[in-house]
Ligand binder design. Structure first.
Ligand SMILES: [Zn+2]
Length: 142
C-alpha cells in the first residue's frame, strides 16, 4: 500500500479529483447561476433543480461524501471484471442529489442507513487510475 495516488489519474475525471491530502476525493459540481444550487455531474446539460441551461456556470470542487440512503451487497459481477462481493449504495451527496456509489470493502456490519460517508481514492488494478469508494466518515478528522 505504498502507491502514491498522486501519480494516478481519476477513473472518471469529470466526476471527481484527488484532494490535497492525497487520499480523499473532491466532487466536481457546477453551481447553477439561476438558483445557486449545486449540480452533479458538472457537465449535465441543464440544472437538475430548476432547468436552467447552465450557461457559464461556475465549476466548484467540494469534499466528496454524503449520507447513506440504502445499500445492497452484490455477489454476482454485473460487468466483466467487477470485483464481488461489493456493496452498492445510494448516497445523498448534496441537497436533492442522489448518486450511486460503491462502499469500500465488503462488510455490511459497519454500515447503517443515515450514516455519513466520505469519498476516498482507491488504486485500481493496472496501477494507472484510481476509483471512488465510500468509507464511514465517523471518527474521521474533519
Ligand atoms: Zn438551477
Amino acid at each position: 500500500m505504498t502507491t502514491d495516488l498522486r501519480g494516478l489519474q481519476p477513473q472518471h475525471p469529470t466526476l471527481y479529483q484527488l484532494a490535497p491530502d492525497g487520499e480523499s476525493l473532491e466532487f466536481l459540481y457546477a453551481q447553477c447561476p439561476a438558483c445557486r444550487k449545486l449540480v452533479f455531474p458538472a457537465n449535465v446539460p441543464g440544472c437538475s433543480h430548476c432547468g436552467d441551461p447552465l450557461q457559464g456556470a461556475e465549476k466548484v470542487a467540494r469534499p466528496g461524501g454524503g449520507k447513506l440512503l440504502e445499500y445492497v451487497t452484490l455477489h454476482v459481477p454485473l460487468l466483466p471484471g467487477m470485483e464481488v462481493p461489493r456493496i452498492a449504495a445510494d448516497i445523498l451527496i448534496e441537497d436533492g442529489l442522489v448518486e450511486e456509489g460503491v462502499i469500500a470493502g465488503s462488510d455490511e456490519s459497519a454500515l447503517h442507513v443515515g450514516m455519513a460517508l466520505r469519498a476516498v481514492a482507491v488504486a485500481q488494478p493496472g496501477g494507472e487510475t484510481f476509483a471512488c469508494r465510500f468509507v464511514p466518515a465517523e471518527g474521521a478528522a474533519r
